[in-house]
Write a protein that binds this ligand. Sequence first.
Ligand SMILES: [Fe+2]
Length: 179
Amino acid sequence: MNRKVTLENLFVHPIVQKYVGRSGMAHAIRVAEKAFHIAIKTNVNPDLAAKAGLLHDIGHYEWYQNGKWDYQQYKQNDIHAIKGSARAHKLLVRCGEDLQPAKEIALAVLLHTDSYLPEGDLQLTPLQNVVAQADHADEEPGGNHHYRRIDEATALSRIQKLDLKINQHLLSHDLEQTS
Ligand SMILES: [Fe+2]
């Protein structure tokens, strides 16, 4: 299976640098890596999982009041998953992703958290579950995961490594299917 869009294509895009940079690039990359690993173990497409992991917090808004994070405001008004879902979809399509995978990734971003949704039980798809799990696994108390830092060169090399792993996995999967 050929990938029309790589993680590197997304990572270097100004929209990702701006918005994912704002919510925490180190966290986003860690979630993409974790999503890849969980996806492989659970037979989910690792390309979609890693992309949704990288983009899951792209809709974050900064709820600061006088230089301090206003948790109350955030809790009451946050729609980062909704905003992120639409933003991720637009970006993916612009970068050349097909509409079907773009929708799947957008839905995984939309449902990576349920903190903004009414009470109730959602039946998540395996892909949506992978992304929610990966995000959860990288969370730190007090939202500290959003402030973890990573330098540009390290970030890019981890993204490239992950792209390589995804390509290798998809290739071996294709070979299995044709043999
Ligand atoms: Fe997150």
